[in-house]
Ligand binder design. Sequence first.
Ligand SMILES: Nc1nc2c(c(=O)[nH]1)N[C@H]1C(S)=C(S)[C@@H](COP(=O)(O)OP(=O)(O)OC[C@H]3O[C@@H](n4cnc5c(N)ncnc54)[C@H](O)[C@@H]3O)O[C@H]1N2
Ligand code: MOO
Length: 376
Amino acid sequence: MSDVPWGEARRLARAAVAPGELITVRLGEALGCTAADDLLALGPVPHAVTSAMDGWAVAGAGPWLVDESDGPLEPGRARAIVTGGVPPEGTAAVLPTERGEVSGDRLHGEAPPPGWHLRPAGEEAAPGDVIVTAGSVLTPARLAVLATTGHDQVAVRRAPLVHLLVTGDELVASGVPQPGQVRDVMTPMLPPLLTALGVRIAHVDRVPDDPRAVARAAEAGDVDLVISAGGTGRSSADPIDGAWAALDADVRFRGVDMRPGHPVSLAVLPDGRPWLALPGNPLAAVMTTLSLVPALVAGHTGGVPADPAIAIAAATFAGRAGTTLVPAIHTPAGVVPAGTSRPHMLRGLADAEVVAIVPDGGIEPGSPVGVLPRVW
Ligand SMILES: Nc1nc2c(c(=O)[nH]1)N[C@H]1C(S)=C(S)[C@@H](COP(=O)(O)OP(=O)(O)OC[C@H]3O[C@@H](n4cnc5c(N)ncnc54)[C@H](O)[C@@H]3O)O[C@H]1N2
Ligand code: MOO
Protein backbone atom coordinates (compact mmCIF):
# COMPACT_ATOMS: atom_id res chain seq x y z
CA MET A 1 0.00 0.00 0.00
CA SER A 2 1.66 3.30 -1.05
CA ASP A 3 1.43 6.60 0.82
CA VAL A 4 -1.78 8.51 0.04
CA PRO A 5 -1.68 12.28 -0.64
CA TRP A 6 -2.37 14.55 2.37
CA GLY A 7 -5.74 15.84 1.12
CA GLU A 8 -6.88 12.33 0.17
CA ALA A 9 -5.94 11.07 3.65
CA ARG A 10 -8.22 13.74 5.17
CA ARG A 11 -11.09 12.65 2.90
CA LEU A 12 -10.54 8.99 3.75
CA ALA A 13 -10.42 9.82 7.47
CA ARG A 14 -13.74 11.67 7.32
CA ALA A 15 -15.34 8.83 5.34
CA ALA A 16 -14.08 6.18 7.80
CA VAL A 17 -16.28 7.50 10.63
CA ALA A 18 -20.03 6.93 10.81
CA PRO A 19 -22.11 9.86 12.18
CA GLY A 20 -22.61 9.69 15.95
CA GLU A 21 -25.94 9.36 17.75
CA LEU A 22 -28.41 12.23 17.33
CA ILE A 23 -29.53 13.61 20.70
CA THR A 24 -31.53 16.58 21.97
CA VAL A 25 -29.88 18.58 24.75
CA ARG A 26 -30.66 21.72 26.70
CA LEU A 27 -28.56 24.76 25.71
CA GLY A 28 -26.63 24.56 28.98
CA GLU A 29 -25.35 21.10 28.01
CA ALA A 30 -24.67 21.80 24.33
CA LEU A 31 -21.24 23.45 24.52
CA GLY A 32 -18.85 21.68 22.11
CA CYS A 33 -21.64 19.65 20.48
CA THR A 34 -22.35 20.00 16.75
CA ALA A 35 -25.70 21.26 15.46
CA ALA A 36 -27.49 18.50 13.54
CA ASP A 37 -29.77 20.85 11.57
CA ASP A 38 -29.87 24.46 10.46
CA LEU A 39 -31.22 26.41 13.46
CA LEU A 40 -33.63 29.27 12.75
CA ALA A 41 -34.52 32.34 14.79
CA LEU A 42 -37.80 31.58 16.58
CA GLY A 43 -38.68 35.27 16.92
CA PRO A 44 -37.33 38.67 15.90
CA VAL A 45 -34.23 40.03 17.68
CA PRO A 46 -34.73 42.58 19.14
CA HIS A 47 -38.28 41.39 19.80
CA ALA A 48 -39.56 45.02 19.42
CA VAL A 49 -38.20 48.51 18.80
CA THR A 50 -35.92 49.18 21.79
CA SER A 51 -33.80 52.01 23.13
CA ALA A 52 -30.01 51.79 22.75
CA MET A 53 -29.42 54.34 25.53
CA ASP A 54 -30.56 55.40 28.98
CA GLY A 55 -32.31 58.77 28.52
CA TRP A 56 -35.66 60.01 27.32
CA ALA A 57 -37.97 58.95 24.53
CA VAL A 58 -38.96 62.21 22.84
CA ALA A 59 -41.59 63.27 20.30
CA GLY A 60 -41.77 66.55 18.39
CA ALA A 61 -39.63 69.59 19.12
CA GLY A 62 -38.06 70.47 22.49
CA PRO A 63 -37.96 71.63 25.15
CA TRP A 64 -40.17 68.68 26.04
CA LEU A 65 -42.66 68.31 28.87
CA VAL A 66 -41.53 65.32 30.96
CA ASP A 67 -44.41 62.89 30.96
CA GLU A 68 -44.78 60.02 33.42
CA SER A 69 -47.95 58.52 31.96
CA ASP A 70 -48.27 55.10 30.24
CA GLY A 71 -50.00 55.94 26.98
CA PRO A 72 -48.65 57.04 23.59
CA LEU A 73 -46.17 59.93 23.60
CA GLU A 74 -47.66 63.20 22.36
CA PRO A 75 -45.54 65.68 20.35
CA GLY A 76 -43.56 67.99 22.64
CA ARG A 77 -43.32 65.35 25.38
CA ALA A 78 -40.46 63.24 26.78
CA ARG A 79 -40.50 60.11 28.89
CA ALA A 80 -37.63 58.46 30.79
CA ILE A 81 -36.38 55.23 29.23
CA VAL A 82 -33.56 52.72 29.93
CA THR A 83 -31.31 50.81 27.53
CA GLY A 84 -33.30 47.92 26.07
CA GLY A 85 -36.61 49.52 27.11
CA VAL A 86 -39.53 49.59 24.69
CA PRO A 87 -40.33 53.23 23.81
CA PRO A 88 -43.96 54.38 23.87
CA GLU A 89 -45.87 54.69 20.64
CA GLY A 90 -45.18 58.07 19.03
CA THR A 91 -41.47 58.14 20.03
CA ALA A 92 -39.37 59.87 17.37
CA ALA A 93 -35.94 59.31 18.94
CA VAL A 94 -34.09 58.78 22.21
CA LEU A 95 -32.13 61.62 23.79
CA PRO A 96 -29.32 60.12 25.94
CA THR A 97 -29.11 61.22 29.59
CA GLU A 98 -25.87 63.15 29.00
CA ARG A 99 -27.43 65.15 26.12
CA GLY A 100 -30.39 66.52 28.08
CA GLU A 101 -31.05 68.50 31.20
CA VAL A 102 -34.28 68.65 33.20
CA SER A 103 -35.27 71.89 34.81
CA GLY A 104 -38.62 71.92 36.51
CA ASP A 105 -40.92 69.77 34.39
CA ARG A 106 -39.02 70.49 31.12
CA LEU A 107 -36.31 68.55 29.32
CA HIS A 108 -33.85 70.75 27.42
CA GLY A 109 -31.47 69.51 24.75
CA GLU A 110 -30.63 69.58 21.07
CA ALA A 111 -33.33 67.90 18.98
CA PRO A 112 -32.11 64.36 18.11
CA PRO A 113 -32.29 63.20 14.50
CA PRO A 114 -35.34 60.97 13.82
CA GLY A 115 -34.77 57.39 14.92
CA TRP A 116 -31.70 58.27 16.99
CA HIS A 117 -30.75 55.43 19.41
CA LEU A 118 -33.81 53.39 18.45
CA ARG A 119 -33.01 49.79 17.50
CA PRO A 120 -35.45 48.47 14.91
CA ALA A 121 -37.30 45.22 15.70
CA GLY A 122 -35.65 42.27 13.95
CA GLU A 123 -32.48 44.28 13.27
CA GLU A 124 -30.26 41.32 14.23
CA ALA A 125 -32.51 38.47 13.16
CA ALA A 126 -35.92 38.05 11.58
CA PRO A 127 -38.00 34.95 12.44
CA GLY A 128 -36.85 32.09 10.22
CA ASP A 129 -33.32 33.46 9.63
CA VAL A 130 -30.72 30.67 9.76
CA ILE A 131 -28.61 31.66 12.75
CA VAL A 132 -26.50 28.49 13.18
CA THR A 133 -25.88 26.21 10.22
CA ALA A 134 -25.98 22.40 10.44
CA GLY A 135 -22.53 21.03 11.22
CA SER A 136 -21.42 24.06 13.29
CA VAL A 137 -19.76 23.41 16.64
CA LEU A 138 -21.75 25.13 19.41
CA THR A 139 -19.36 27.68 20.87
CA PRO A 140 -20.26 30.06 23.73
CA ALA A 141 -21.19 32.81 21.23
CA ARG A 142 -23.40 30.45 19.16
CA LEU A 143 -25.17 29.28 22.34
CA ALA A 144 -25.79 32.92 23.21
CA VAL A 145 -27.25 33.60 19.75
CA LEU A 146 -29.51 30.56 20.12
CA ALA A 147 -30.68 31.86 23.50
CA THR A 148 -31.44 35.37 22.18
CA THR A 149 -33.47 33.88 19.36
CA GLY A 150 -35.59 31.81 21.73
CA HIS A 151 -34.11 28.29 21.74
CA ASP A 152 -34.14 26.10 24.87
CA GLN A 153 -32.87 22.82 23.41
CA VAL A 154 -31.14 21.69 20.24
CA ALA A 155 -30.60 18.49 18.24
CA VAL A 156 -26.88 17.77 18.23
CA ARG A 157 -24.15 15.18 17.94
CA ARG A 158 -21.62 15.05 20.75
CA ALA A 159 -17.85 15.20 20.26
CA PRO A 160 -16.46 11.67 19.75
CA LEU A 161 -15.14 9.75 22.74
CA VAL A 162 -11.54 8.66 22.31
CA HIS A 163 -9.42 5.91 23.80
CA LEU A 164 -5.76 7.00 23.58
CA LEU A 165 -3.11 4.26 23.63
CA VAL A 166 0.51 5.25 24.18
CA THR A 167 2.97 2.53 23.20
CA GLY A 168 6.70 2.30 23.90
CA ASP A 169 8.55 0.02 26.34
CA GLU A 170 11.33 2.60 26.49
CA LEU A 171 9.06 5.30 27.94
CA VAL A 172 9.37 6.64 31.46
CA ALA A 173 6.83 8.91 33.11
CA SER A 174 9.10 11.04 35.30
CA GLY A 175 12.61 12.33 35.82
CA VAL A 176 15.58 12.71 33.48
CA PRO A 177 15.70 9.59 31.25
CA GLN A 178 18.72 7.29 31.40
CA PRO A 179 20.33 5.93 28.18
CA GLY A 180 17.77 3.59 26.58
CA GLN A 181 14.88 5.41 28.22
CA VAL A 182 12.70 8.13 26.67
CA ARG A 183 10.55 10.56 28.63
CA ASP A 184 6.93 10.07 27.56
CA VAL A 185 5.70 13.28 25.95
CA MET A 186 2.47 11.89 24.46
CA THR A 187 0.61 11.32 27.74
CA PRO A 188 0.88 14.95 28.87
CA MET A 189 0.62 16.49 25.38
CA LEU A 190 -1.93 14.58 23.33
CA PRO A 191 -5.05 14.64 25.57
CA PRO A 192 -5.26 18.46 25.75
CA LEU A 193 -4.29 18.78 22.11
CA LEU A 194 -6.97 16.29 21.05
CA THR A 195 -9.52 17.99 23.29
CA ALA A 196 -8.76 21.32 21.62
CA LEU A 197 -9.46 19.63 18.27
CA GLY A 198 -12.93 18.57 19.40
CA VAL A 199 -12.76 15.11 20.96
CA ARG A 200 -13.59 13.90 24.46
CA ILE A 201 -10.88 11.77 26.05
CA ALA A 202 -12.41 8.71 27.71
CA HIS A 203 -9.25 6.77 28.64
CA VAL A 204 -5.48 7.14 28.28
CA ASP A 205 -3.50 3.88 28.59
CA ARG A 206 0.20 3.18 28.42
CA VAL A 207 0.54 -0.23 26.72
CA PRO A 208 3.58 -2.45 26.15
CA ASP A 209 5.05 -2.97 22.67
CA ASP A 210 3.20 -6.25 22.26
CA PRO A 211 0.57 -6.62 19.50
CA ARG A 212 -1.73 -8.77 21.66
CA ALA A 213 -1.57 -6.34 24.59
CA VAL A 214 -2.27 -3.42 22.24
CA ALA A 215 -5.18 -5.29 20.62
CA ARG A 216 -6.66 -6.15 24.02
CA ALA A 217 -6.36 -2.55 25.20
CA ALA A 218 -8.08 -1.28 22.04
CA GLU A 219 -10.97 -3.72 22.46
CA ALA A 220 -11.73 -2.43 25.95
CA GLY A 221 -13.57 0.84 26.32
CA ASP A 222 -16.91 2.00 25.00
CA VAL A 223 -15.59 4.74 22.71
CA ASP A 224 -16.07 6.13 19.20
CA LEU A 225 -12.42 6.31 18.13
CA VAL A 226 -9.12 4.70 19.03
CA ILE A 227 -5.96 6.77 18.65
CA SER A 228 -2.55 5.23 19.29
CA ALA A 229 0.88 6.83 19.39
CA GLY A 230 4.03 4.93 18.35
CA GLY A 231 4.71 1.49 17.03
CA THR A 232 3.69 2.11 13.40
CA GLY A 233 7.03 0.81 12.00
CA ARG A 234 7.74 -2.63 10.63
CA SER A 235 10.29 -3.76 13.25
CA SER A 236 9.50 -6.54 15.71
CA ALA A 237 9.21 -3.84 18.42
CA ASP A 238 6.35 -2.10 16.57
CA PRO A 239 2.97 -3.53 17.63
CA ILE A 240 0.34 -1.71 15.53
CA ASP A 241 0.50 -3.91 12.41
CA GLY A 242 0.29 -7.05 14.54
CA ALA A 243 -2.60 -5.69 16.60
CA TRP A 244 -4.53 -4.82 13.43
CA ALA A 245 -3.91 -8.26 11.99
CA ALA A 246 -5.04 -9.90 15.24
CA LEU A 247 -8.25 -7.84 15.26
CA ASP A 248 -8.90 -8.31 11.52
CA ALA A 249 -8.93 -4.51 11.07
CA ASP A 250 -9.80 -3.03 7.67
CA VAL A 251 -6.76 -0.87 6.81
CA ARG A 252 -7.83 2.30 4.97
CA PHE A 253 -4.33 3.70 4.45
CA ARG A 254 -0.88 2.76 5.60
CA GLY A 255 1.19 5.90 5.27
CA VAL A 256 0.50 9.44 4.05
CA ASP A 257 2.69 11.43 1.66
CA MET A 258 3.59 13.99 4.33
CA ARG A 259 6.71 14.96 6.30
CA PRO A 260 7.01 14.53 9.16
CA GLY A 261 4.53 11.81 9.86
CA HIS A 262 4.54 9.61 6.76
CA PRO A 263 3.96 6.35 8.72
CA VAL A 264 0.56 7.54 10.03
CA SER A 265 -2.08 4.89 9.29
CA LEU A 266 -5.82 4.40 9.61
CA ALA A 267 -7.90 1.25 10.01
CA VAL A 268 -11.49 0.45 10.95
CA LEU A 269 -12.14 -2.33 13.47
CA PRO A 270 -14.82 -4.94 12.71
CA ASP A 271 -17.17 -3.17 15.18
CA GLY A 272 -16.89 0.03 13.09
CA ARG A 273 -14.56 2.01 15.36
CA PRO A 274 -11.84 3.82 13.41
CA TRP A 275 -8.28 3.58 14.75
CA LEU A 276 -5.80 6.30 13.87
CA ALA A 277 -2.20 5.17 14.44
CA LEU A 278 0.10 8.16 14.97
CA PRO A 279 3.85 7.67 14.46
CA GLY A 280 6.05 7.77 17.55
CA ASN A 281 8.36 10.64 16.70
CA PRO A 282 6.79 13.46 18.74
CA LEU A 283 6.60 16.17 16.05
CA ALA A 284 5.31 13.57 13.58
CA ALA A 285 2.59 12.61 16.08
CA VAL A 286 1.48 16.25 16.41
CA MET A 287 1.55 16.99 12.67
CA THR A 288 -0.51 13.91 11.88
CA THR A 289 -2.93 14.73 14.70
CA LEU A 290 -3.43 18.27 13.35
CA SER A 291 -3.86 16.89 9.83
CA LEU A 292 -6.29 14.05 10.44
CA VAL A 293 -8.13 14.34 13.77
CA PRO A 294 -10.35 17.25 12.60
CA ALA A 295 -11.47 15.06 9.68
CA LEU A 296 -12.32 12.15 12.03
CA VAL A 297 -14.23 14.51 14.33
CA ALA A 298 -16.16 15.90 11.34
CA GLY A 299 -17.11 12.37 10.26
CA HIS A 300 -18.57 11.68 13.71
CA THR A 301 -20.34 15.00 14.23
CA GLY A 302 -21.51 15.69 10.68
CA GLY A 303 -19.35 18.82 10.61
CA VAL A 304 -16.83 20.01 8.08
CA PRO A 305 -13.13 20.26 8.96
CA ALA A 306 -12.01 23.88 8.70
CA ASP A 307 -9.88 24.67 5.66
CA PRO A 308 -6.41 25.99 6.48
CA ALA A 309 -6.22 29.78 6.83
CA ILE A 310 -3.98 31.65 4.38
CA ALA A 311 -0.84 33.56 5.44
CA ILE A 312 2.01 35.13 3.44
CA ALA A 313 5.42 33.46 3.61
CA ALA A 314 8.17 35.89 4.61
CA ALA A 315 10.94 33.32 4.09
CA THR A 316 11.55 30.27 1.96
CA PHE A 317 9.70 27.17 3.21
CA ALA A 318 11.62 24.23 1.78
CA GLY A 319 9.27 21.51 0.57
CA ARG A 320 10.19 17.87 0.42
CA ALA A 321 8.23 15.40 -1.69
CA GLY A 322 4.51 15.47 -0.85
CA THR A 323 3.22 17.80 1.86
CA THR A 324 5.59 19.22 4.47
CA LEU A 325 4.22 20.61 7.73
CA VAL A 326 6.43 23.30 9.23
CA PRO A 327 5.98 25.00 12.63
CA ALA A 328 6.11 28.76 11.95
CA ILE A 329 5.82 32.12 13.65
CA HIS A 330 4.25 35.41 12.59
CA THR A 331 6.47 38.40 11.75
CA PRO A 332 5.26 41.79 10.47
CA ALA A 333 6.21 40.63 6.93
CA GLY A 334 4.50 37.23 7.17
CA VAL A 335 5.21 33.77 8.54
CA VAL A 336 8.68 32.23 8.87
CA PRO A 337 9.78 28.75 10.00
CA ALA A 338 10.05 28.41 13.78
CA GLY A 339 13.33 26.46 13.72
CA THR A 340 14.45 23.43 15.74
CA SER A 341 11.81 21.34 14.03
CA ARG A 342 13.16 17.89 13.19
CA PRO A 343 10.64 15.01 13.54
CA HIS A 344 11.92 14.03 16.99
CA MET A 345 12.03 17.62 18.30
CA LEU A 346 9.30 19.77 19.83
CA ARG A 347 11.09 23.04 20.64
CA GLY A 348 10.14 24.67 17.32
CA LEU A 349 6.53 23.65 17.85
CA ALA A 350 6.53 24.96 21.41
CA ASP A 351 7.32 28.44 20.06
CA ALA A 352 5.23 28.17 16.89
CA GLU A 353 2.06 30.20 16.35
CA VAL A 354 0.91 28.31 13.23
CA VAL A 355 1.85 25.22 11.24
CA ALA A 356 2.50 25.96 7.56
CA ILE A 357 1.29 23.41 5.02
CA VAL A 358 4.00 23.45 2.39
CA PRO A 359 3.21 21.77 -0.94
CA ASP A 360 5.62 19.73 -3.06
CA GLY A 361 8.40 22.04 -4.27
CA GLY A 362 8.25 24.48 -1.35
CA ILE A 363 7.10 28.09 -0.98
CA GLU A 364 9.01 31.24 -1.95
CA PRO A 365 8.91 34.46 0.12
CA GLY A 366 5.86 36.59 -0.76
CA SER A 367 3.70 33.58 -1.70
CA PRO A 368 0.51 32.56 0.12
CA VAL A 369 0.74 29.49 2.32
CA GLY A 370 -1.98 27.54 4.15
CA VAL A 371 -1.63 27.53 7.94
CA LEU A 372 -3.25 25.61 10.78
CA PRO A 373 -4.05 27.57 13.97
CA ARG A 374 -2.34 26.95 17.30
CA VAL A 375 -3.90 24.34 19.57
CA TRP A 376 -0.58 22.89 20.86
N1 LIG B 1 13.39 1.57 8.58
C1 LIG B 1 12.62 2.64 8.83
N2 LIG B 1 12.67 3.20 10.03
C2 LIG B 1 11.91 4.29 10.28
C3 LIG B 1 11.08 4.81 9.27
C4 LIG B 1 11.04 4.19 8.02
O1 LIG B 1 10.32 4.59 7.08
N3 LIG B 1 11.82 3.08 7.85
N4 LIG B 1 10.32 5.91 9.53
C5 LIG B 1 10.78 6.75 10.59
C6 LIG B 1 9.74 7.69 10.90
S1 LIG B 1 9.49 8.89 9.74
C7 LIG B 1 9.06 7.66 12.05
S2 LIG B 1 7.94 8.93 12.45
C8 LIG B 1 9.20 6.62 13.01
C9 LIG B 1 7.83 6.01 13.35
O2 LIG B 1 8.06 5.12 14.35
P1 LIG B 1 6.94 4.37 15.16
O3 LIG B 1 5.59 4.88 14.90
O4 LIG B 1 7.17 2.92 15.00
O5 LIG B 1 7.29 4.86 16.63
P2 LIG B 1 8.33 4.27 17.66
O6 LIG B 1 9.34 3.45 16.97
O7 LIG B 1 7.56 3.70 18.76
O8 LIG B 1 8.98 5.63 18.14
C10 LIG B 1 9.75 6.43 17.27
C11 LIG B 1 10.57 7.37 18.15
O9 LIG B 1 9.70 8.18 18.90
C12 LIG B 1 9.92 8.01 20.30
N5 LIG B 1 8.64 8.00 21.01
C13 LIG B 1 7.65 7.13 20.85
N6 LIG B 1 6.65 7.36 21.72
C14 LIG B 1 7.06 8.42 22.46
C15 LIG B 1 6.48 9.11 23.54
N7 LIG B 1 5.29 8.74 24.07
N8 LIG B 1 7.17 10.14 24.08
C16 LIG B 1 8.38 10.48 23.57
N9 LIG B 1 8.96 9.87 22.55
C17 LIG B 1 8.32 8.83 22.00
C18 LIG B 1 10.57 6.64 20.41
O10 LIG B 1 11.27 6.51 21.60
C19 LIG B 1 11.41 6.64 19.17
O11 LIG B 1 12.61 7.35 19.36
O12 LIG B 1 10.02 5.57 12.52
C20 LIG B 1 11.20 6.01 11.85
N10 LIG B 1 11.96 4.86 11.52
O1 MOO C 1 7.15 10.72 10.42
MO1 MOO C 1 8.75 10.63 10.77
O2 MOO C 1 8.76 11.96 11.50
O3 MOO C 1 9.08 11.74 9.32
O4 MOO C 1 10.13 10.93 11.88
